[in-house]
Design a protein around this ligand. Structure first.
Ligand SMILES: NC(=O)c1ccc[n+]([C@@H]2O[C@H](COP(=O)([O-])OP(=O)(O)OC[C@H]3O[C@@H](n4cnc5c(N)ncnc54)[C@H](OP(=O)(O)O)[C@@H]3O)[C@@H](O)[C@H]2O)c1
Length: 280
């Protein structure tokens, strides 16, 4: 598996599993636990979740799959997120402790502020650093932060300890390439690409399907290989269907040629000016 190097020289898999919309209903729960367990069997070693997903339900799905699954907890890099309205000095710590119970673990590898809210950034950073000192999280980061937000974060004490920014990034939503991605690269902040298949839409895209057909792959795989063409970008596609889980994992081993990349640029031109950060 291709890897991305985080500050401090830790490497993590470049492709992980997203879990948004898991844990929302009892009816689908066992299929979701099976999907996470299958992902672990296939070799996925990074899982993204949030207290928001299914209001804790997605974290419970992961906790159940990990407890009964084929790999040890320490082999998996777990990412979760705190709601902005919980991100106060005390609220962040309480939210993290609730997540740990649902995930059935003693630590979260990367804990993110889900998006910017009303709590001053300095307060959230202080809570993250406390959690880190207590060993409840190993690293922290942010999500849905545009350049100005990151610059403000960098002006707070310990703000530069931020490991990653998780943002919408796919061939069809590539605005971050203009300024955010280069800034993050210069400051050693990993980019986590959410919605890398544009919530399933790119699996049906004609331009990607044409490239995929010519090389015996699927359009979704081409979409993922495109996001993963860069050394510092982690993609976290969500999938429940076994075929999707398999295809997505295999996409991490694909390398697109210059000609294929040029075809994608023609269908989805790179940004020529600043665009507001796209969010889902
Ligand atoms: N930080 C944030 O604010 C934020 C926001 C949104 C998402 N996220 C994270 O990013 C993850 C990914 O985003 P997302 O779930 O919104 O969108 P996505 O990963 O781009 O797309 C997921 C959809 O694509 C389908 N799919 C997956 N693999 C496929 C394949 N190989 N072929 C065809 N269809 C495929 C899935 O179907 P099945 O499930 O039926 O297999 C699902 O409907 C989320 O789960 C979440 O962990 C974070």
């Amino acid at each position: 598996m291709k890897t991305v190097t985080l500050p401090g020289d830790e490497t993590v898999p470049a492709l992980g599993l997203g879990t948004w919309r898991m844990g929302e209903s009892k009816r689908t729960r066992s299929a979701e636990v099976d999907a996470v367990r299958l992902a672990l069997e296939l070799g996925y070693r990074l899982i993204d979740t949030a207290e928001m997903y299914g209001e804790g339900g997605a974290e419970e799905v992961i906790g159940e799959a990990l407890a009964s699954g084929p790999v040890r907890r320490e082999q998996v890099f777990l990412v979760s997120k705190v709601y902005p309205h919980n991100a106060s000095r005390k609220g962040t710590i309480a939210a993290c402790e609730r997540s740990l119970v649902r995930l059935r673990t003693d630590w979260i590898d990367l804990y993110l502020l889900h998006w910017r809210g009303a709590v001053p950034l300095a307060e959230t950073v202080e809570a993250f650093e406390t959690l880190r000192a207590q060993g409840k999280i190993r690293r922290w980061g942010v999500s849905n932060f545009d350049l100005a937000d990151l610059q403000e974060l960098w002006s707070t004490d310990d703000g530069a300890q931020c490991t990653a920014n998780q943002v919408y990034y796919s061939a069809s939503q590539r605005g971050i390439e203009f300024d955010l991605l280069p800034w993050q690269r210069r400051h050693g902040v990993a980019t986590m690409a959410y919605c890398p298949i544009d919530q399933g839409a790119l699996a049906r895209n004609g331009a990607l399907a044409a490239i995929a057909r010519a090389r015996g792959a699927t359009a979704a795989q081409v979409a993922l290989a495109w996001v993963l063409r860069q050394p510092d970008v982690i993609a976290i596609p969500k999938a429940v269907q076994p075929a999707h889980l398999r295809d997505n994992f295999a996409a991490a081993a694909m390398t697109l040629s210059a000609a294929e990349l040029a075809q994608i640029d023609a269908a989805f031109p790179p940004p020529a000016r600043k665009r507001p950060l796209h969010m889902s």
